[in-house]
Design a protein around this ligand. Structure first.
Ligand SMILES: Cc1cc2nc3c(=O)[nH]c(=O)nc-3n(C[C@H](O)[C@H](O)[C@H](O)COP(=O)(O)OP(=O)(O)OC[C@H]3O[C@@H](n4cnc5c(N)ncnc54)[C@H](O)[C@@H]3O)c2cc1C
Length: 384
């Protein structure tokens, strides 16, 4: 029996929300949108960009007792890709929707969650606030005309695919025993094994091991695009293995799932906007929203920053001892005058991922479309 609702033609009115692209496009304008002011404002540290990176920098300054700082953010609210929004009054994420429960390498995140009252010690154990904890997030895959639980294709897979799944699970296990993979990556001391893995693409690594199953490759490609914005042929073998080895491993069908899976994720109706709102709240008047940073230059008295105030439609000039660039890489490379070679090189390797279309797309496979994120080259992935 068919459900009535299924017969209606699917029509979705949609569009882009949450980004004021015309503000970003001011960077392209050859002339300043308004004349420069006569008066220069002073601050000890200027933070350009109010996403998670800029907000985390502001928190780090506060914790070190530095309160004289200013944060300039292009949008009307801080949070960047971790902002929340609303649809018909119902809160929703505009980008990031959950935070995995941090492991012990992510002490700073643990501290933040403790400060926000999400993590506390009860009877000698650390526990997370049940209201925001999701123990078993479920994702489903539509394949061969049917839905299945989980994203690894399982229905009607042949013996050779199953063998590839199992061999890949063993190889992930071996890689994590040979060298540590951590989140955050900055806690990883790169071992020789890591360097070798980072010198080749994930695709080449799979080729070398004759892991040829199109279903396994489709799944791994999806995972890489989802997390890194680049597929198997772009990300390094180190990054591809990091996806699994730093977290829950890779569970082949029939294998015992890793116990780490039980840690779960923290999530809210407005996604990680819940967190960014709380990071922004203590900033008060130090957060200047609706400011488009157009130029950052080393001056005689520190750093000089020119920004367009979208509210008053005027230019502002700031002077600071230091400037923290928490902007997307390609924006930073545009606004910094005489950028250092490292920034130039990093921006030059930047490409954008395709939103639709994958290299390995077995017939009938459909999962969530890959997130549209800036794609980083191998060396940048190593640093993340
Ligand atoms: C669709 C999607 C889903 C995601 N899901 C998750 C998830 O579930 N969990 C998770 O942990 N991560 C997730 N992520 C990743 C996470 O959102 C990002 O890693 C994080 O938000 C990046 O923060 P950021 O501060 O580095 O950059 P951004 O968020 O890009 O912040 C940069 C800020 O700079 C501002 N800016 C840009 N140009 C200028 C200018 N000229 N002047 C002033 N300000 C400027 C921007 O408006 C923005 O606020 C997701 C990302 C996307 C896109």
């Amino acid at each position: 029996m068919r459900l009535q609702g299924c017969e209606k033609p699917l029509h979705i009115d949609g569009g882009f929300v949450g980004v004021q692209h015309e503000r970003g496009h001011l960077l392209r304008a050859s002339a300043w949108p308004a004349p420069l002011p006569l008066k220069t404002q002073r601050t000890r540290v200027l933070i350009a960009g109010g996403g998670v990176a800029g907000l985390a920098a502001a928190r780090a300054l506060r914790l070190r007792g530095i309160h004289d700082f200013t944060l300039l953010e292009l949008e009307d609210t801080a949070g960047g890709n971790s902002r929340g929004g609303q649809v018909n009054g119902v809160p929703c994420p505009l980008g990031a929707h959950y935070l995995p429960v941090p492991g012990n390498d992510a002490r700073e995140v643990q501290d933040l969650l403790e400060e926000l009252g999400l993590r506390q010690r009860v009877a000698g154990r650390w526990v997370y606030d049940e209201r925001h904890l999701c123990h078993s997030p479920q994702e489903r895959l539509f394949i061969n005309g049917q839905w299945q639980e989980g994203l690894l294709p399982l229905q009607d897979v042949d013996a050779s695919t199953l063998a590839d799944y199992r061999r890949f699970a063993r190889l992930v296990q071996e890689a994590s025993s040979a060298a540590r993979f951590t989140i955050p990556v900055s806690k990883t001391v790169l071992a020789t094994a890591h360097h070798a893995l980072d010198a080749m693409t994930f695709e080449a690594w799979l080729d070398q091991r004759q892991l040829t199953s199109p279903l396994l490759r489709w799944y791994l490609d999806y995972c890489c695009r989802d997390d890194y914005g680049g597929g198997l042929a772009t990300v390094s073998a180190w990054a591809g293995l990091h996806y699994f080895a730093s977290r829950h491993g890779f569970a082949a069908p029939g294998a015992e799932p890793s116990t780490e899976r039980g840690a779960g994720i923290l999530t809210w109706p407005e996604g990680n906007g819940w967190l960014t709102q709380r990071l922004a709240q203590p900033l008060g008047e130090r957060l200047h929203a609706g400011r488009v940073v157009l130029r950052v230059a080393a001056g005689k008295h520190g750093v000089e920053v020119d920004a367009f105030n979208t509210r008053s439609q005027t230019m502002e000039r700031w002077q600071a001892d230091h400037c923290i660039m928490a902007l997307p890489l390609f924006v930073a490379a545009r606004v910094v005058e005489n950028p250092p070679p490292a920034l130039h090189q990093a921006a030059a390797t930047l490409r954008y991922t395709r939103v639709a279309g994958r290299q390995y797309s077995p017939q009938g496979c459909a999962a969530r479309p890959p997130r549209c994120r800036a794609q980083l080259g191998q060396r940048d992935l190593q640093r993340r």
